[in-house]
Ligand binder design. Structure first.
Ligand code: NAD
Length: 485
């Protein structure tokens, strides 16, 4: 049991404004594994005031980017020192299989922190150039007080994706993690404090939607960086628009994997499957629609069903587990609801569809493959956020691209083909922010990541991810004056 009775506000562990708490419940055992205070509006006000003071008058924005990067490096090192412990903590919070979690939930955040630490020494915050009418200095300055809001599915990863560039920019941050995963967020707060982050620069305020709205609307916040559902993203985008507040949104997905007719299934399906049922299917970039050539449809579904049937479902902490429990009972209800909807729509369950035998405790759903799916069905259009795949037949390459693009979302996708050039041609035609050609690597932390269409606004990672937290100022200079930068 990991319990906190204080909130990390302004760099100190302080009394919360109320006695309300969040219990963290293990999705495998259904037992309470942690408890934290639930932040209220008054705690948000205090956190924003501390961030405002630290931004307007504190040392952080006035330090060099390399000095700020050194703090990020220290946090990366500290996470690396306790990979197993942090990974277990996250699996206990939200059910991620530990083998996958070690890489994606823990190692990946250290890579993100290190990448931005490195940019502290290489990124051109100031550029002097010859403008059309005279010399010009373009200065990239921190955006100010940032509200960072994340969901529970990859909590430390998403915290790193927001906090690393925001802090490197010189901005200060109020971080609101999801109520399901406040423990790893508090651990991160401890690591930043140990790394010497000045007071006021970071607050961690575990809270639900309503208190999140108060944070988004807060006049002391200059920028909102949000990851979560498209429904919440629309509301947050609208609230920020009304106040002309800067906002970036990483939202949902319904990504398609296209198997071209020359695909080698033995090689490609094992590459594809971990990204299709990634993190128990609770991943925004999951490849949940499998587009199969009509004349190889039976062969594809047979091979896929065999692989899915062999997936090991069980305790999130067992290193052999490939599919763990869903985050909460309500999430299992949601996923089971979609399995019913698919059957009512006329699709057929080829494997799975129920609860795994023998696992009576924990919020498990069998990994499930639907066949005879039409792309217009709800199971092919809506984000299920569970281990449920739909195999959809197509005619030629153009038809596959048409179906992949027939979605409100545009986050990720993949193509598998015997011919890389043909795969690349398909990749260029699919309207998503990220794509894979014959590979299983969905995100490169040095390159932009984000959504077309209803999957988001803005790009995280790479230099683009830093630019999300920078304002640009053009300073016109007199002829002959070129300052050193
Ligand atoms: P959610 O939108 O319900 O909640 C996400 C976070 O936002 C939580 O911290 C929640 O408390 C807060 N929140 C919700 N409504 C809010 C509001 N109006 N104002 C302020 N805060 C608010 O999402 P969820 O169900 O917890 O997470 C799953 C979703 O996240 C899926 O749609 C998934 O695709 C998406 N996601 C996207 C990415 C990406 O990079 N594009 C990554 C991970 C998850």
């Amino acid at each position: 049991m990991k319990s906190y009775d204080r909130l990390f506000i302004g760099g100190e562990w302080v009394e919360p404004s109320s006695s309300s708490v969040f219990d963290v419940v293990s999705p495998t055992t259904e037992e309470v594994v942690g408890r934290v205070p639930e932040a209220q509006d008054a705690d948000i006000d205090r956190a924003v005031a501390a961030a405002r003071e630290a931004f307007d008058h504190g040392p952080w924005p006035r330090m060099t980017p390399a000095e700020r990067g050194a703090v990020l490096s220290k946090v990366a090192d500290a996470i690396r020192n306790d990979m197993q412990g942090i990974s277990e903590l996250i699996s206990n919070e939200m059910g991620s299989p530990i083998s996958w979690g070690l890489l994606a939930q823990v190692l990946a955040p250290t890579m993100i922190l290190d990448y931005y630490a490195g940019l502290g020494s290489t990124f051109a915050f100031d550029t002097v150039k010859d403008g059309l009418l005279g010399p010009v200095l373009v200065a990239k300055e921190p955006v100010g007080v940032v509200a960072a809001i994340t969901p529970w599915n990859v909590p430390l990863f998403l915290a790193a994706a927001k906090l690393s560039p925001a802090l490197l920019s010189g901005s200060t941050v109020v971080f609101k993690p999801a109520p399901e995963t406040p423990l790893d967020a508090n651990v991160l707060a401890e690591l930043f404090a140990d790394a010497g982050l000045p007071k006021g620069v970071l607050s961690v305020v575990p809270a639900g939607r309503q208190v999140g709205e108060h944070l988004v609307d807060h006049p002391g916040v200059d920028k909102v960086s949000f990851t979560g559902s498209t429904a919440a993203g629309r509301k947050i985008g609208a609230a920020c628009g009304a106040n002309l507040k800067r906002v970036s949104l990483e939202l949902g997905g319904k990504s398609a994997a296209i198997l071209l007719d020359d695909v080698n299934l033995e090689e490609s399906l094992p590459l594809m499957l971990p990204n299709a049922i990634m993190n128990n299917g609770e991943a925004c970039i999951s490849l949940t629609r499998i587009l199969a050539p009509r004349d190889r449809y039976a062969e594809v579904t047979e091979a896929l069903v065999e692989l899915v049937r062999a997936m090991k479902v069980g305790d999130a902490l067992d290193p052999a587990t490939e599919v763990g429990p869903l985050v909460a009972e309500r999430q299992r209800d949601r996923v089971e609801g979609y399995i019913r909807i698919g059957q009512e729509e006329g699709a057929k369950v080829a494997v799975g569809g129920g609860r795994p035998e023998g696992l009576v405790t924990g919020w498990f759903v069998e990994p499930t493959v639907f066949v005879d799916v039409d792309n217009s069905m709800r199971i092919a259009q809506e984000e299920i956020f569970g281990p449920v795949l739909s195999v959809i037949p197509y005619g030629d390459d153009a038809d596959a691209v048409r179906l992949a693009n027939d979605s409100d979302y545009g986050l990720c996708g993949a193509v598998f083909s015997g011919d890389n050039h043909r795969g690349l041609q398909v990749a260029r035609q699919v309207r998503t922010g990220t794509y894979m050609v014959n590979t299983n690597i969905p995100i490169d932390f040095s390159s932009p990541f984000g959504g077309y269409k209803a999957s988001g606004v803005g790009r995280e990672f790479g230099e683009d991810g830093l630019e999300l937290f920078l304002e640009k100022k053009t300073i016109n200079l007199p002829a002959g004056f070129t300052p050193e930068v």
